[in-house]
Write a protein that binds this ligand. Sequence first.
Ligand SMILES: Nc1ncnc2c1ncn2[C@@H]1O[C@H](COP(=O)(O)OP(=O)(O)OP(=O)(O)O)[C@@H](O)[C@H]1O
Ligand code: SF4
Ligand SMILES: [Mg+2]
Length: 443
Amino acid sequence: MTQDPNARAEIEPTAVGANAAESGERQLGDGTSDAYGSHEVNVGDLDFRTLVEHGHTASELDPDAPAVLTVDNLKMYFPVKSSGLVRRTIGHVQAVDGISFEVPQGGSIGLVGESGCGKSTTGRLITRLYKPTGGSMMFDGHDLAKLSNREMKPLRRDVQMIFQDPYTSLNPRHTVGTIVGAPLEVHNVVPKNKVIPRVQELLEIVGLNPEHYNRYPNEFSGGQRQRIGIARALTLNPKVLVADEPVSALDVSIQAQVINLLQDIQSEFDVAFLFIAHDLAIVRHFCPEIAVMYLGKIVEIGDRETIYGKPHHPYTQALLSAVPDVKQAAVGGRRERIRLEGDVPSPINPPSGCRFRTRCQFAQEICAKVEPPLLQIGKRHKVACHFAGELGAHPATPVTTELLGVDDQGSPVPGAVPSNTQLTIPGYEKTWYDLRSKQTTGV
Ligand SMILES: Nc1ncnc2c1ncn2[C@@H]1O[C@H](COP(=O)(O)OP(=O)(O)OP(=O)(O)O)[C@@H](O)[C@H]1O
Ligand code: SF4
Ligand SMILES: [Mg+2]
């Protein structure tokens, strides 16, 4: 087996579990940012215990919920221009590169990954703040990716966004009544004389004093401003809400309150969430299903128990190794901290084959030659890795060769027929590829 010379990673044991059990607090060793350099995942804001103590119970998965939004092979390439008088396109930032997933009706799917992996771009594509370079986004019989801005107008009310920063996302010169009421007027939802009563109703729903509709954003705290942003997003009764880091700008004590509010809203209005966050503890609480992104691709997706309990992708394993697990600490569990060194490569010129290979300790020759497909390996579990396996049990030989018609080094096998089945699709099939038997199996 040839080890990838670029692979730089090591496993370091830490005593997070034992220490945390003694002190009753989270212990992050020497801090929270060493594993990922400037691209660290934020684990310092809110832990699972805080949410359990101060929040609602975790949101549950409805496996039978139909998809309200189906994203298939979605791409967003931003052009990179040369400097000088004649600005030519000299390359593209492959911010999102062929991702597929479903957003279940009234449910929530979480998007996690390091800074710059394409989470916000995905959210902005779904709300059509950007027009995609390729792929489709099926919603209510329409492909949002193909519609013109004019054709999008009636559909915009159904897909709304909650922004990260409640300080910059609200116009300081407008009153709360104008901010929350504007979409009602633009879309002619209610007669003019009904706008203020509807705004007041919305303010009440999000826990604000309805009499404060004529105040300005700077008269509210950060948490209250985020509630205004949520009221604005709810104005048009959306079916899908993209929440891009909705609590990361807030104090820890306020975060749980806003998460509670979002959960209440979800059950009350049956709205589906694409929930984007750095904080893996919050995502675990809010999202029964989670997609992990790396450099514009989804590398693993599955239900909460699988992603947090039995991740199979080396990148997911590294991300989760940095999350303090209070429950595990309470029983004296011991965590392995996986250190990833080096920066995330440039999305302008990503590595060939598997994009994670320059930082993966398991990378071999095939990883540089062949891109691993996002393969369904369980009832609700997909992973994109030639050596997919639980931590400590990654296979010695690639698991994907027969499906792809290549040998262990990734070279095409003469006469071999690659699998006919489309390997990367949105949602889940009833059958999947069993890693042990290398056979298709199902329930
Ligand atoms: N309008 C744009 N023009 C050019 N490049 C962009 C644009 N928006 C985003 N990018 C690039 O696309 C990549 C993905 O960015 P994106 O904002 O989606 O990441 P992210 O996962 O949301 O990161 P963060 O966690 O820091 O918010 C980055 O390399 C970013 O620099
Ligand atoms: S395919 Fe798997 S083992 Fe190979 S580099 Fe990618 S993540 Fe690592
Ligand atoms: Mg972002």
